[in-house]
Design a protein around this ligand. Structure first.
Ligand code: GLU
Length: 337
């Protein structure tokens, strides 16, 4: 029986109804017992709701997974797990799984899962999802695909996976990409051979991930929010832009000012599927490109933010470092996957 470890971080899957509202109260061992599973390697992280985490909390989860996996070289003993399951709140699971894909260079499966119904529900989906995640983490078909997200029988690679339903049990999809695997009754089926993306870089644990904010664009958007982010110390800004990555002339003018001053600006679309492209003038993407912004292909603003932050980590904050990091982001985002 493959030795799959569990890292339990809370989320609805572990939550019960308390006086003030749902709260994660159940341990990793509680979750295993509810699902009828056994695992000896269980790690609990008491982190509260994932919707209230910081970037560093997300990083902490990824670093714990790295520690639990141990060195990937063979021959270092039988205590190394063959894979890791991470239970996580659904609200930001797409972000932590993506951050894990950027930071971990690992062929063993790391499988994120959670639930839409709480631990004390009369019809919980957590036990089924946890059983599926263990089956996936034990499957050779899951090896070498980078961190995965397993939910309601569908398994997605990190890039492009997104929460698409607030309450329905089929909570995740990867718009324009679809699932990579399916799992049913412990059997894992391959849907298409997705190439895993290369991890972006190994950021030393003592190097923090710099602040990157997401600023939405919409008709009537002006420079105020962008300026506030830069004034608050953001090293980079993701523009969540309409369509193929367009905005208003006022935002373009501020983007030009920010990039000239050494703040990286990444354009992503607020549309769930398809790439951003510098097509339009008059406040459109062509103007954003000329203003020094880089384009994030089909990355969501949430995943683009993590990519930019990891690329900026250790860039030294110099304008050249930022420009190099921004181009790394643009090139990485265009990776076929
Ligand atoms: N909706 C979230 C969940 O499904 C709430 C908890 C969280 O994100 O930690 O787990």
């Amino acid at each position: 029986m493959p030795d799959v470890a569990l890292v339990a971080t809370g989320g609805t899957i572990a939550s019960t109804q308390e006086h003030g509202g749902r709260t994660p109260t159940s341990s990793g061992r509680d979750l295993l017992a509810q699902a009828g599973l056994n695992a000896s390697n269980v790690h609990d992280l008491d982190l509260g709701g994932s919707f209230a985490w910081s970037l560093e909390t997300m990083r902490q989860v990824v670093e714990r997974v790295r520690d639990v996996l141990g060195p990937s070289a063979s021959g270092s003993g039988s205590t190394r797990p063959t894979g890791v399951v991470v239970t996580h709140g659904t609200d930001t699971m797409e972000e932590t799984v993506f951050l894990a894909s950027l930071l971990l260079d690992e062929r063993r499966p790391v499988v994120f899962t959670g639930a839409q119904e709480p631990y004390d529900s009369h019809a919980p989906d957590g036990p089924g999802n946890l059983k599926d995640a263990f089956a996936v983490a034990s499957s050779p078909k899951a090896r070498g695909r980078g961190p995965l997200l397993c939910f309601d029988g569908s398994v997605f690679t990190a890039r492009g996976v997104s929460k698409v339903e607030t309450l329905s049990k089929h909570a995740f999809d990867a718009p324009g990409r679809g699932p990579a695997l399916r799992v049913h009754d412990g059997r894992v089926t391959e849907l298409h051979p997705m190439r895993p993306l290369p991890p972006l870089r190994n950021v030393p644990p003592d190097t923090g991930l710099p602040r990157v904010d997401i600023v939405a664009s919409y008709p009537g958007a002006d420079a105020v929010t962008l300026r506030a982010s830069a004034d608050a110390g953001a090293a980079g800004i993701v523009l969540a832009a309409p369509g193929t990555g367009n905005t208003t002339p006022a935002v373009v003018a501020e983007v030009a000012r920010l990039t000239a001053a050494g703040t990286a600006v990444l354009v992503c679309s607020r549309v769930p599927s398809g790439p951003v492209l510098p097509l339009y003038a008059g406040g459109g993407g062509a103007d954003l490109l000329a203003a020094g912004a880089v384009f994030g292909d089909d990355l969501s603003p949430w995943q683009g933010r993590l990519l930019l932050s990891v690329a900026l980590a250790g860039s030294g904050g110099t304008t050249n470092g930022v420009v190099r990091a921004a181009h790394t982001v643009g090139d990485w985002a265009k990776n076929p996957s």
